[in-house]
Design a protein around this ligand. Structure first.
Ligand SMILES: Cc1cc2nc3c(=O)[nH]c(=O)nc-3n(C[C@H](O)[C@H](O)[C@H](O)COP(=O)(O)O)c2cc1C
Length: 196
């Protein structure tokens, strides 16, 4: 298989759209993520695996607090891709004017979503560009039985100027990720100290 076939296969493997939020010492953040997956078959011990770019503000909050909340968003919330996914909390307060509340454990929980889970980090993997967080679910609520939303469905209705704006963001993010990924593969952590 030519490697150029891989991106279209990988696209099929992204998760439904989520907003991942976190908070630390009065600072909060949140972002769209399609890299949020179920990571447990034990109903009494629910666990998630979440991939967050290290450059993102949300990631610095997860790193310092050890906590994150995953919100599965509903179909009618497709416009959130721009609100939560195109800009950083360092540029604009994404919470302003939105319906949200602070959970007992300090995490921001968004209103109007299909459902949400608060989570506590139990392990981490360095992906080079990404931080890969394994986290236990500590609380959860499912608000509706609505269908989740996938990125390819949003792409079909994305206004052209939004698509352009996202394209500009990717033209910075993709080369930056490539550089960071290459740095990691030069020094595989699993081989250090294991072989002579
Ligand atoms: C459809 C879509 C999916 C995305 N999926 C992810 C993802 O899985 N992980 C990630 O780190 N960033 C993802 N992003 C990018 C972040 O949402 C984006 O960089 C955001 O502006 C980061 O915000 P922050 O700096 O406030 O944390 C996605 C963006 C879009 C539009």
């Amino acid at each position: 298989m030519p490697i150029s076939d891989a991106p279209s296969l990988l696209t099929l493997m992204w998760s439904p759209l989520t907003v991942v939020t976190s908070a630390h010492e009065g600072s909060r953040g949140g972002q769209i993520a399609v890299g949020a997956f179920a990571a447990s078959i034990v109903p009494a011990q629910p666990r998630v695996l979440v991939q967050i770019q290290k450059r993102n503000h949300t990631n610095s909050l997860i790193e310092t607090s050890g906590k994150l909340a995953v919100h599965v968003i509903a179909r009618e919330q497709w416009e959130w891709v721009k609100h939560w996914g195109f800009r950083s909390q360092t540029e604009v307060d994404k919470f302003e004017g939105l319906d949200w509340f602070e959970h007992d454990d300090g995490l921001p929980i968004l209103g109007g979503v299909l459902g949400w889970m608060t989570c506590r980090v139990v392990n981490y993997m360095d992906g080079g560009d990404m931080a890969i967080w394994l986290a236990d679910v500590t609380d959860a609520a499912r608000n509706t039985r609505a269908q989740p939303l996938r990125w390819h469905e949003v792409q079909q209705v994305l206004p052209p100027d939004w698509a352009e704006e996202y394209g500009r963001k990717l033209s910075h993010d993709v080369p930056d990720s490539g550089r960071r990924m290459a740095e990691l593969s030069d020094n595989p952590p699993w081989s250090s100290g294991l072989s002579p």
